[in-house]
Design a protein around this ligand. Sequence first.
Ligand code: FA5
Length: 339
Amino acid sequence: LRAQALEAIQNSTDDQAINEARVKFLGKKGPITAVLRGMKDLSKEERPKVGQFANEIRDQIQVALDEKRAAIEAARLNQQLVSETLDVTLPGRPVIQGQPHVIQQIIDQIIDLFVGMGYEVATGHEVEEEVYNFEKLNLPKDHPARDMQDTFYITPSILMRTQTSPMQARMMEKHDFSRGPLKMISPGKVYRRDTDDATHSHQFHQVEGIVIGEHITMADLKGTLEAVAQNLFGDELSVRLRPSYFPFTEPSVEADITCFNCHGQGCSICKQTGWIEALGAGMVHPNVLKMSGVDPEVYGGFAFGLGPDRFAMLKYGVEDIRNFYLNDMRFLTQFDQKG
Ligand code: FA5
């Protein structure tokens, strides 16, 4: 019996076989139990001998079972270790790293420049009150210039902002001029019911800028715009101002920058003029100052609004603005900043 049991245990290769051997030899219906149960029928002399012998065999089988179970467990662990080994010499799989969108890169560059010049950054609301988008910017209801910016209305008095200029009014209202001038830029998304084409998108970006204080002049505006142009397109560029019209500035100007492609010589990008239209700007209209609680007799300043989408097109020679919004990774990854 002992030989049989030990052999069965020895031949077991998994938990199930071990368990079967245990039940067969040590279980309630097994031979050892039967012997121990039959003790009562034995004579007094035989009982201790048989009992001792049966117990010995039971203990040996139990030890064999325990050893085998431990061996099977160790083999399993070994196999697991082998199969889960890491080959640290395998080449790694490249991790695809996200990058800011090219327009965000331009906006970030503009933010860096202005923060360096002591401006604060205020992003404002994309869903804006009509009062701030138009009225407080000197565009009363029925003013024909409202048609310059076809508008998505949400309710008669709430709209998707058509420009970042509402932040001028909001910031002037809040600013404590006794503590110094207001210097602020406001980057963000704007919306117009424009028909999408190569140079127009119904949703695009603007960066508004405003400086209000004492003795701020148009020369300050020109110098500031020159800093933007040189920072984005190259050190040697200059800015020229042309008369224009915006209801919230007087005088209003359109700013051109020297064509960065031909350095003012004339090429196809600048239509042989040597200049590229860059943005709208002007000296903030006294009515706008008054409506935001600022005394135009004491304070004044300039504002500008530029379009990073158009800047990105110019900087990288992108011919169709819609490319920025198609989410084609082949297009977008061209502008990834390495490192
Ligand atoms: C304005 O929106 C004025 N708020 C700018 C301003 C601010 C003037 C402060 C004076 C003082 P305008 O509509 O020209 O102006 O738009 C400004 C810039 O936004 C344009 O120069 C252009 O770069 C960009 N832009 C306008 N419409 C679109 C469009 N549909 N798609 C892409 N860019 C556009």
